[in-house]
Design a protein around this ligand. Sequence first.
Ligand SMILES: [Ca+2]
Length: 366
Amino acid sequence: MNRRTYLGALTVAVSGLAGCSGSGARTQGSSNASGSADVRVETVASGLEVPWDVAFHDDSLYLTERPGRIVRVPAVTGEGESGEPESVAELPKRTEPAGEGGLLGFAFHPSDHDTAYVYQTHESAEGLRNRVLRADLRGSTPSFQPIVEGIPAASNHNGGRLAVNDDALYVTAGDASNGDLAQDRSSLAGKVLRYTLDGDPHPENPFGNPVFSYGHRNPQGLAFLDGRLYSTEHGPDHDDEINRLEPGGNYGWPEVMGRSDADRFVDPLATYTPTIAPASAAIYDGPIAEWQGNLFFGALAGDFLGRARISNGKITERSRLLDGEFGRLRTAVTGPDDHLYVTTSNRDGRGSPADADDRVLRIRPR
Ligand SMILES: [Ca+2]
């Protein structure tokens, strides 16, 4: 059941964009504010409400909307226009007051594409918590089974990113606004967690529990490149971080932010001060040669798409794309067509939404 008209507004009033596609879901335009690459930016879905995570199955794009929906956009990666977004499932809304929680991460099982994982903030018997549900998407009424429960939650700092790699499920957990939990290896808060695909602690974890790495404040980006795991993390009012995650690594929060002289903490690869709120991570593997192997992320507060070149495990170059053109940008992801997709987050209470927001954008060579 669609609870709204997704395609009611296609007029995009954005500097640098031209042209609309009538009744289709794809608005085409171009942008010259994208660093050295000559790209065009297309809108493949609009009228969304705080899209949080994105994954692909066949030619469809699936996304979570933070208030509690899973939405499918058909025919995104084909040659024609993408279809209208349709609701796949609605999950109970989190408890008010709304903060940064809700329906967050989404990832497909690596081989069974009728199965997906979602990360949800919910009101449990013990109070507000985050959990991971396994979703069976077969049939007209998807079913959901909790496989990880009891991740501390709060209005802010809920983490929420999911990533599947090598038959392991990685989960980012924020500190739930209690920094001390990030240094407590018996707490799930302020960690990157690693589970089997059934939700058990991964047998190769460093401490014999779900913890993969710790000392995190609010990590929300995960991306793999050449067998290494990279993450973006929100700092306080300084020192947002890009980290390379090692099993058992202590990334410092709340004792240190950014780089430190103490050997027991792993230094970030890069920091951002003033903060930009990096909210995702994706490795580009598409047709734009100068972006190959680069890390991309949406910067919510910075209103741009961040790019960082990684060379020999170090960040050697950084730039800002789409700077100020689309408002708040949250999730960057590489599609099966190798193009980069990014979501706006202008309806999350902290933005100034245009009529077409929120949107999913695709970036292609011109
Ligand atoms: Ca750190």
